[in-house]
Write a protein that binds this ligand. Structure first.
Ligand SMILES: [Ca+2]
Ligand SMILES: [Ca+2]
Ligand SMILES: [Ca+2]
Ligand SMILES: [Ca+2]
Length: 149
Protein backbone atom coordinates (compact mmCIF):
# COMPACT_ATOMS: atom_id res chain seq x y z
CA UNK A 1 0.00 0.00 0.00
CA UNK A 2 2.74 2.38 0.99
CA UNK A 3 4.78 1.59 -2.16
CA UNK A 4 1.72 2.27 -4.32
CA UNK A 5 1.26 5.67 -2.76
CA UNK A 6 4.93 6.49 -3.34
CA UNK A 7 4.59 5.54 -7.00
CA UNK A 8 1.59 7.82 -7.36
CA UNK A 9 3.45 10.66 -5.69
CA UNK A 10 6.50 10.20 -7.92
CA UNK A 11 4.32 10.13 -11.03
CA UNK A 12 2.67 13.34 -9.88
CA UNK A 13 6.01 15.07 -9.34
CA UNK A 14 7.36 13.79 -12.65
CA UNK A 15 4.31 15.12 -14.50
CA UNK A 16 4.78 18.56 -12.99
CA UNK A 17 8.49 18.55 -13.78
CA UNK A 18 7.72 17.63 -17.39
CA UNK A 19 5.12 20.39 -17.74
CA UNK A 20 7.56 22.87 -16.24
CA UNK A 21 10.28 21.99 -18.75
CA UNK A 22 7.88 22.08 -21.71
CA UNK A 23 6.42 25.36 -20.55
CA UNK A 24 9.75 27.16 -20.24
CA UNK A 25 11.55 25.98 -23.37
CA UNK A 26 10.97 26.51 -27.05
CA UNK A 27 10.11 29.61 -29.04
CA UNK A 28 8.47 32.48 -27.27
CA UNK A 29 8.88 36.17 -26.67
CA UNK A 30 11.88 35.43 -24.46
CA UNK A 31 13.55 32.90 -26.80
CA UNK A 32 17.30 33.26 -27.26
CA UNK A 33 18.08 31.62 -30.60
CA UNK A 34 21.85 32.07 -30.52
CA UNK A 35 22.19 31.49 -26.78
CA UNK A 36 24.13 34.69 -26.08
CA UNK A 37 21.96 35.75 -23.16
CA UNK A 38 20.08 38.44 -25.09
CA UNK A 39 16.52 37.51 -25.93
CA UNK A 40 15.58 37.52 -29.61
CA UNK A 41 13.43 40.65 -29.62
CA UNK A 42 16.34 42.64 -28.20
CA UNK A 43 19.22 40.88 -29.95
CA UNK A 44 20.90 43.06 -32.59
CA UNK A 45 22.40 39.95 -34.24
CA UNK A 46 19.82 37.22 -34.05
CA UNK A 47 21.95 34.33 -35.29
CA UNK A 48 25.41 35.32 -34.01
CA UNK A 49 26.30 35.10 -30.32
CA UNK A 50 27.37 38.60 -29.32
CA UNK A 51 26.93 39.04 -25.62
CA UNK A 52 28.34 42.58 -25.73
CA UNK A 53 25.73 43.70 -28.33
CA UNK A 54 28.30 46.17 -29.71
CA UNK A 55 26.68 48.36 -32.36
CA UNK A 56 29.02 51.26 -32.93
CA UNK A 57 26.83 53.08 -35.47
CA UNK A 58 23.64 52.48 -33.44
CA UNK A 59 21.54 51.28 -36.38
CA UNK A 60 20.18 48.19 -34.62
CA UNK A 61 22.54 45.77 -36.38
CA UNK A 62 25.39 44.62 -34.15
CA UNK A 63 28.93 44.96 -35.49
CA UNK A 64 29.33 41.18 -35.79
CA UNK A 65 26.56 41.06 -38.43
CA UNK A 66 26.69 44.59 -39.86
CA UNK A 67 29.13 44.84 -42.75
CA UNK A 68 27.12 47.61 -44.44
CA UNK A 69 29.65 50.18 -43.38
CA UNK A 70 28.45 52.94 -45.68
CA UNK A 71 24.85 52.36 -44.57
CA UNK A 72 23.29 52.07 -48.00
CA UNK A 73 21.37 48.93 -47.07
CA UNK A 74 23.58 46.23 -48.55
CA UNK A 75 27.15 45.00 -48.49
CA UNK A 76 28.98 46.04 -51.63
CA UNK A 77 31.71 48.06 -53.24
CA UNK A 78 31.16 51.13 -51.07
CA UNK A 79 31.84 49.00 -48.03
CA UNK A 80 34.95 47.61 -49.62
CA UNK A 81 36.07 51.22 -49.98
CA UNK A 82 35.59 51.77 -46.24
CA UNK A 83 37.66 48.67 -45.54
CA UNK A 84 40.48 49.80 -47.81
CA UNK A 85 40.43 53.26 -46.22
CA UNK A 86 40.87 51.86 -42.75
CA UNK A 87 42.98 48.80 -43.49
CA UNK A 88 45.74 48.26 -40.93
CA UNK A 89 44.43 50.94 -38.58
CA UNK A 90 43.95 50.75 -34.81
CA UNK A 91 42.05 53.06 -32.43
CA UNK A 92 43.74 56.45 -32.34
CA UNK A 93 44.63 56.36 -36.02
CA UNK A 94 42.86 59.00 -38.08
CA UNK A 95 41.51 56.35 -40.47
CA UNK A 96 40.29 53.89 -37.81
CA UNK A 97 36.56 53.28 -38.16
CA UNK A 98 35.01 51.26 -35.35
CA UNK A 99 32.00 50.39 -37.51
CA UNK A 100 34.29 48.38 -39.78
CA UNK A 101 35.86 46.47 -36.86
CA UNK A 102 33.44 43.56 -37.18
CA UNK A 103 35.17 41.25 -34.71
CA UNK A 104 35.88 43.97 -32.15
CA UNK A 105 39.61 43.26 -31.88
CA UNK A 106 40.51 46.93 -32.39
CA UNK A 107 42.31 46.31 -35.67
CA UNK A 108 40.99 46.69 -39.21
CA UNK A 109 42.52 43.81 -41.11
CA UNK A 110 42.02 40.42 -42.67
CA UNK A 111 39.15 39.49 -40.32
CA UNK A 112 37.19 42.46 -41.64
CA UNK A 113 37.91 41.39 -45.19
CA UNK A 114 36.44 38.01 -44.24
CA UNK A 115 33.33 39.72 -42.87
CA UNK A 116 32.91 41.69 -46.09
CA UNK A 117 33.25 38.59 -48.24
CA UNK A 118 30.83 36.59 -46.09
CA UNK A 119 28.13 39.24 -46.36
CA UNK A 120 28.79 40.52 -49.87
CA UNK A 121 25.59 41.31 -51.74
CA UNK A 122 23.42 40.82 -48.67
CA UNK A 123 21.69 43.16 -46.27
CA UNK A 124 23.06 43.53 -42.72
CA UNK A 125 21.64 41.41 -39.92
CA UNK A 126 19.38 39.72 -39.29
CA UNK A 127 18.54 41.73 -36.22
CA UNK A 128 15.76 40.92 -33.78
CA UNK A 129 15.27 44.55 -32.86
CA UNK A 130 12.20 46.26 -34.26
CA UNK A 131 14.08 49.54 -34.69
CA UNK A 132 16.86 47.98 -36.81
CA UNK A 133 17.62 50.08 -39.86
CA UNK A 134 16.76 53.34 -38.17
CA UNK A 135 19.37 55.36 -36.32
CA UNK A 136 19.54 55.66 -33.41
CA UNK A 137 18.35 52.22 -32.37
CA UNK A 138 20.02 52.14 -28.96
CA UNK A 139 20.93 48.89 -27.32
CA UNK A 140 19.54 48.74 -23.85
CA UNK A 141 18.24 46.46 -21.17
CA UNK A 142 14.94 44.71 -21.68
CA UNK A 143 12.40 46.83 -19.91
CA UNK A 144 9.07 46.43 -21.57
CA UNK A 145 7.39 43.09 -22.21
CA UNK A 146 4.06 42.54 -20.94
CA UNK A 147 3.17 39.33 -19.23
CA UNK A 148 -0.24 38.42 -18.01
CA UNK A 149 -0.26 37.59 -14.33
CA1 LIG B 1 20.35 35.95 -28.40
CA1 LIG C 1 23.17 37.67 -30.82
CA1 LIG D 1 25.48 48.59 -36.71
CA1 LIG E 1 26.93 49.20 -48.05
Amino acid sequence: MKAGWMTMALAFVATFAFLFVVGTSGAGPDADTDGDGTQDNQDNCLTVANADQLDSNADGYGNVCDFDWDNNGSVGSGDFGRLVAGFGSVPGDANYNQDVDCNGDETIGSAEFGCLVSGFGAAPGPSGRSCAGTTPCPTGPVLSFTTTP
